[in-house]
Structures are given as C-alpha cells and as structure tokens.
Design a protein around this ligand. Sequence first.
Ligand SMILES: *Cc1c(COP(=O)(O)O)cnc(C)c1O
Length: 333
Amino acid sequence: MDDIVFPPRVELAQRPTPLTPLRRLQAQTGGPLIWLKRDDMSGCTLSGNKVRKLEFILARAIDEGCGAVITCGGLQSNHCRATALAAAQLGLQCHLILRGLQPRGTAPVGNLLLDELAGASIGFHSLKEYFSERDRLFDAQVERYRERGIKALAIPTGGSDGVGAWGYIGAYQELLNDFQQHRISPRYIVTATGSGGTQAGLTLGAAFNQNRHEIIGINVCDDEAYFVKKIGEDIRQWQALYGNKLNSKPDAFSINIIDGYVGEGYAKAGPEIFQTIRNLARLEGVVLDPVYTGKAFTGLLKEIDSGRFAVQSDIVFIHTGGVFGLFPYAEQL
Ligand SMILES: *Cc1c(COP(=O)(O)O)cnc(C)c1O
C-alpha cells in the first residue's frame, strides 16, 4: 500500500504515536498480549482519533476557500473539541451544534470548557431539536456565515465521511511500520466505534493489504446493522471521491462489529467500565474514558475471556483518546 497517494493534509497530529504492550495486564489476565496504539497521544488538547481525520477534512476546507467550519456532537464531544481547537490553530472560525442544553449554575467542564476557550460559537439544542432538525441547523449556520462573506464547510458527526476516512488509512500504514519495528505480527486490530470513520479507514487500509489484519469495531452506541451500513457508506463515499485515482485495488472489505457492550446507551457507563478504567490506570498508568475506550476495552477483555481471539495472537487496541470526557464522571469514579 506504499503506492497509495494521499490527498493534501494539514499537519496537526503528533505522528507516529507510540505502540506499547500492556505486559502487567497480561500477567494479570493470563490472556493474549494487548498492544495499545496511543492515539490519545496524537496531541495534548488535540488528543485522540479525531485529529487524524481533521488533517484531511480541514486541508480540503482550506483548499475550497472556506473560512469557517461547522460540526455537531454531544455536549462532551471529543470531535467538537478537536475541531474547535484545530480551527483556532488554522485561523478558521468554528460553530458547534451541540446536543444538550447549556449547563446552568455550573461552570463548563471537560471538552465543553475547551470548546469555549477555543472561541467556538456554540448552539445548545434539546435532544428532540437536535435529532429532528439537524440539517436545518447546519443550513442556518452556513447561511449565517455566507451573509458575512465567509464560506463554511459542514463536517458530519465525528468527521466520519469519505474524506475523514484517510485519517485511519494513514494510521493503518503507521501501524504496519510499528509492527515491523517491534517485530510483531498481531492478527487483530480493535477499536471503539462511535460514528464509524475510524473503522472505515482501518478497514480500507487492511483491504489494501490483502486483509492481513482483522479490523474489529466494538460499538459504543447503536447496533451492528447500523454500523455495517454506515461504515459501508463511508467507504463507498471514499471510493467515489478517490477510487479512480488509485494505482492498486483494494480487496473486498469486511466490516466486523462486536455488538453487545453498549449497555444502557451512548455515554452511559455501568460500574464495570469504571472498574476497568481504575484498574488500567493503576496497573499500566493508562487512562481510558467511560464513553468510548473504557466501554470498548471492557468488551475486549470479556471477548478474550470467552475465547473470541486466538490465544497466541497479539491484539492491538487503538487508544482513541477521550480523556477530557472523563472529568464529568468524577462522582462515579
Ligand atoms: C469519536 C471517538 C471514538 C469513535 O471513533 P469513530 O470514528 O467516531 O467511530 C472512539 N474513541 C474516542 C475517544 C472518540 O472520541
């Protein structure tokens, strides 16, 4: 896949991120060795997986003459925080369409605090309004910028689309180098899946490499059918945009989702997940978050227990970040 020509990107992420083995965890579980791809170290405030996607999305925004970006997500969206800070770094304006009402009587915390610091303009919307009127909310913001003579790019949830998919095609390529350097050949690459773009990129990367690695998403919301469809759409959009400019052809894709760990819903975490977070922090000095990585990692450990993975095969888990989303859960920790 070395002959894949990447589209323009703006350098925002600290790359390559480290790949580190969790040896004390292995001693504790007696299971296969899990390696963490530390994408939580892709930046300090840009920490996490979204910055890899934004490198391509924002390069395109600038190429197209945009002076502003608009995106959406939950109140504690990592994607919105990364977009707001990256936009500020590039001198772009940013508007966030957030799901949830402005916290009253308490100061903003976590990602929301950083959104405000980065100078993003923020619209707070009830769940009902967010889900039924999102397109209209985007259109209204595009129009608001247009009236001021500014072209704005609307970025979908999580930056998961055909352009953002490049971020994890790049990360997959980086992983191939990591494997060579560490002289390992893991068979599985596991990630938390929330809007699908990380898995779409990894899946494309693997398809260019004869599917030598099994890419597995553990969904933290929705269900398997939803993500098979959504990731398929991102991949098809990527193919429509870039497919005819490729020298090599990808193999057939396989979209693998392990469903069953959503629990009560998106951003709802039970005591087990907090237990995983606490355990890993003490044992390895690695901090997961309750919304994505803690939930998916808890799922991974259970799947290992139930024999889903070949015991002798190393597993890579992408640490997709999310540390700022931990703070609003202080009481439950
Ligand atoms: C967004 C996010 C994910 C999920 O990635 P998607 O590409 O949206 O599926 C996982 N972990 C963290 C910390 C995230 O912020």
